[in-house]
Design a protein around this ligand. Structure first.
Ligand code: SF4
Length: 434
């Protein structure tokens, strides 16, 4: 979502004469768009600012804005602690960024803009054309969260659940396709909680997917991140009826123990999760899953952890993110006693090696097979192109011709932790219309 927000910030500042630069040492204005989800996010921001100060030691100081969730969480504290910062701008206030920049330029005062103006934000953004022209683009349709998982800061930094107007979402998707995007990933902290009511209809995520499925030049649709509680029948059906909806779902489960899920306030249990997986497999044979896991959540026992390993084996996730639990100030879980850190580390190593074993087993099956790849860009290395298959795997091939924006068949020859490597099967062009 920060990538989407950063692109929109660029669209917003263009009218007041700002443009992105490839030469950061000459920037007039820095925007550090921050994320609060990882541990030590705030420290990282101060380290970045330290580097920036060094870079500009003998030069005119650039304007420095800290945007995103760290700005939201720390706001005035940041301005007091680090005088180099000219403004803090929360994720629901960045539509005011041009005004903020002008204010700092002329009045030289420090700005704290961290209100939850999400309706006004999207009203403003809807009026500014999305100029992003990437082959694969993000499109925010929903923000915020009402779930209040006990470990998470998102409900405090992004605010309550808000869904953009259906019409505006479709308009923006069409703009992206006109700009050249072939793939759109619909975004939201709880993307499948999307619900927008106008005078006569109530729209859900499935309605957006169905509508996007009809856009001729759009080839692929994805959505992230989903909450199991909001996976309803209409969304499952969309996986059956929309051929452009890719056959992979990132569905965070966090733990394989219902006891831990309850302690986390996740609002679903393990059997709810299995049920969703089974239903999706039934309507979309071949669909695969990825997930997020928190290891060592307060109160997690060996038995709970073993249930997580069991779930991983059963669902056979092809890609997942896993972290040791780390406490976030102000969350209910921060008041609980942590699991011994050595035990948590050992569990994480065990879990990650299982995930990796499954990932390698899956990739081995792809060797010598041909898969469809949407090529997104050329890599800095000579003649190498980067793309993704339907399951979001990175694929790298060599080619003398520009492959950007094309969906081509690739024979997989090799793989490593991050990517699949292959050769083009040029006699099997899927779509060469750029
Ligand atoms: S549903 Fe996701 S965003 Fe919301 S509180 Fe839980 S982990 Fe955070």
């Amino acid at each position: 979502m920060n990538e989407y927000d950063s692109n929109r910030i660029l669209d917003l500042v263009k009218p007041i004469g700002y443009a992105p630069t490839d030469n950061p040492s000459e920037a007039d204005c820095y925007v550090l768009n921050t994320c609060h989800i990882r541990e030590k996010a705030t420290d990282k921001v101060y380290h970045d600012i330290g580097r920036l100060k060094k870079k500009f030691r003998n030069k005119k100081k650039p304007m420095l804005l800290v945007t995103g969730c760290v700005a939201q969480a720390e706001n005035v504290e940041m301005l007091n602690r680090e005088k180099y910062i000219d403004g803090v701008v929360g994720p629901q206030s960045y539509h005011k960024i041009s005004e903020i920049i002008k204010n700092i330029e002329y009045k030289k005062n420090k700005i704290n803009s961290t209100e939850f103006d999400v309706i006004e934000k999207f009203d403003t953004l809807n009026l500014v054309k999305n100029s992003n022209s990437k082959i694969s683009s993000f499109l925010t349709i929903q923000e915020g969260c009402d779930k209040f998982c006990h470990f998470c800061v998102v409900p405090y930094t992004r605010g309550p659940e808000f869904s953009r107007s259906f019409k505006e979402v479709i308009n923006e998707a069409k703009q992206l396709v006109e700009n050249g995007s072939k793939e759109i990933t619909l975004l939201g902290q709880n993307v499948n909680a999307y619900e927008y009511k106008d005078q006569s209809n109530t729209f859900h995520l499935s309605d957006i997917i169905l509508e996007l499925n009809e856009i001729k030049k759009l080839e692929r649709i994805r959505y992230t991140t989903s909450h199991p509680k909001d996976v309803k029948k209409d969304l499952i059906d969309a996986h059956k009826s929309c051929e452009k909806l890719m056959p992979i779902l990132h569905l965070p489960v966090q733990s394989g123990s219902s006891k831990v899920l309850n302690a986390m306030n996740r609002k679903h249990n393990v059997s709810d999760y299995y049920k969703i997986i089974m239903e999706l497999k039934k309507v979309k044979p071949g669909i695969r899953f990825s997930s997020d896991f928190i290891i060592g959540y307060p109160g997690e026992t060996d038995e709970d952890f073993n249930q997580t390993l069991e779930l991983i084996e059963k669902v056979d996730f092809i890609n997942s993110y896993s972290f040791i639990y780390s406490s976030r100030p102000g969350t209910p879980a921060s008041k609980l006693e942590n699991v011994d850190s050595d035990i948590a580390k050992k569990r994480l190593i065990k879990l990650q090696s299982l995930l990796q074993k499954n990932n390698f087993k899956y990739k081995k099956i792809l060797l010598n097979k041909s898969i469809e790849v949407l090529f997104e860009n050329k890599l800095p290395e000579k003649n190498k192109y980067f793309g993704r298959d339907k399951f979001l795997n990175s694929v790298i091939v060599e080619s003398d011709q520009d492959l950007t924006g094309q969906i081509l068949e690739v024979k997989i020859n090799d793989f490593n932790h991050n990517s699949l490597f292959g050769t083009l099967l040029f006699n099997k062009k899927i779509n060469l219309e750029a």
